[in-house]
Ligand binder design. Structure first.
Ligand code: FPP
Length: 228
């Protein structure tokens, strides 16, 4: 059973280039697909959906592409709010979101506050997110507290961006690349991976069904010998 699904939404650029469109057009098409994925996830009984929307490294992309993504994030938070309220979706973010432009940040903060009591599905968007940055930020919080007693793993988790969200069970990467790209380094320790060549703008309920079927056939042992 997948309780928490994480997705690396890759392939927007290639999807657009194959159609003679701009990379920004690809991101627009990708943003539209988030609703499709969220509805499919809800139907499958998934409670948490973490989406890699913008990495700490993505700031190095050309300015028009960065601006387009920031605009799409703001638009998503504003235009999807009525749907999230209707469907019981809670919005959260992880990452160095203080780096985002004010307008995007304000739209996100408003939607996060409005949806905080919804409990059907949590959509957790990773923005200005890096797995290494998350671990470094956690260590710096420990230092700022002047804590001197040793930490357990559970103690350490309490300093991460979303300690209340359980670890992902399944990671889907679209666009065919077999790498983690600095995503949820701590949290994905025991997740199953599913890579599909499908570009993110072509992601459908069937893509999710294929991934869930693959997950259903895996034996998760968490390092031990226990059968699932
Ligand atoms: C990777 O495609 C995708 C991204 C860097 C951004 C993902 C963003 C969205 C799906 C839309 C905006 C997000 C929200 C939350 C509204 P790529 O450009 O690396 O594709 P490529 O590998 O084919 O070049």
């Amino acid at each position: 059973m997948v309780n928490h699904l994480a997705i690396i939404m890759d392939g927007n650029g290639r999807w657009a280039e194959e159609r003679g469109l701009t990379r920004s057009d690809g991101h627009k098409a990708g943003a539209r697909q988030i609703g499709v994925a969220a509805r499919a996830a809800m139907k499958a009984g998934i409670k948490y959906l973490t989406l890699y929307a913008f990495s700490t490294e993505n700031w190095k992309r050309p300015e028009p592409e960065v601006s387009c993504l920031m605009g799409l994030i703001q638009e998503f938070a504003q235009s999807e709010l009525p749907n999230m309220m209707r469907d019981g979706v809670r919005l959260r973010t992880i990452g160095r979101t203080g780096d985002l432009p004010l307008a995007s940040r304000m739209a996100l903060e408003f939607a996060i506050k409005q949806t905080e009591k919804n409990d059907k599905l949590t959509i957790n968007i990773a923005l200005s997110y890096g797995g290494r940055a998350e671990i470094v930020d956690a260590v710096n919080k420990v230092i700022a507290e002047k804590r001197t007693t040793p930490l357990t793993e559970a103690d350490f988790v309490s300093y991460l961006y979303a300690p209340d969200i359980p670890d992902p069970d399944l990671l889907i990467r679209t666009g065919g690349e077999m790498r983690l790209s600095n995503f949820l380094l701590w949290e994905l320790s025991y997740a199953e991976f599913y890579v599909t060549d499908t570009y993110w703008p072509d992601f459908t309920e069937e893509t999710l069904a294929d991934a869930l079927a693959s997950f259903g056939g895996r034996k998760r042992r968490f390092g031990g010998l226990n059968k699932k």
